[in-house]
Design a protein around this ligand. Sequence first.
Ligand code: DX5
Ligand code: ZN
Length: 222
Amino acid sequence: MNHLIAPSVLAADFANLQRDIEMINKSEADWIHVDIMDGMFVPNISFGFPVVNAINKHAKKPLDVHLMIVEPDRYLKNFKDAGASGIIVHYEVCSNLHRTIQYIKELGCRAAVALNPHTPVLLLEDIIADLDQVLIMSVNPGFGGQRFIEHTYKKLKDIKELSNRLNPNLFIEVDGGVDAYNAAKLIEAGANVLVAGSSVFSSPDPSAAIANLKNPYSKSRS
Ligand code: DX5
Ligand code: ZN
């Protein structure tokens, strides 16, 4: 599978959200990554349904909604109605993960589970066949612009191995500190969806930064 790029609007200019969404529409990006933070699961609050609706109004690419919230089941339908095409819940907050995944699928969304840096990949062994997507956090969730955690490469290799064995069509997404310099190595390790916030939006040419993530080999240091 050719890898996909999902720019994270957390790093966009919220006062010019329409402009930034239109930039993504015209770019080589595949999805739009939308980070929802509740101030409970993570020590930060981002935005809620009205903003997701506003993004969806202008977006021409699927919304990949990353829920960094406790009790996500309460809000799954709201996010579907706000335009989510994929919904990512965190392993660490779901005590009935199988039920949550079935619910996301019943809503007609791509069902995904995110793992914090400390959560072992092997914990997904008995659910991976039911998933459409896994998100490996390569920073602690809550903020953009953090330093990439190197141990992520090993986790990607582990999840890729599980995926080869139990669910070969799995989207394997990596989120946090991704840029055109580590992109090639991440893909080599097993990632097929790259999320990037700061490296896209702090670039003087965000559209070119997206193109570099899509074609990273020339930019790789390794
Ligand atoms: C972090 C979020 C990320 C964030 C990534 O909690 O889940 O999606 O936007 O931002 P960068 O690419 O700046 O690390
Ligand atoms: Zn995210």
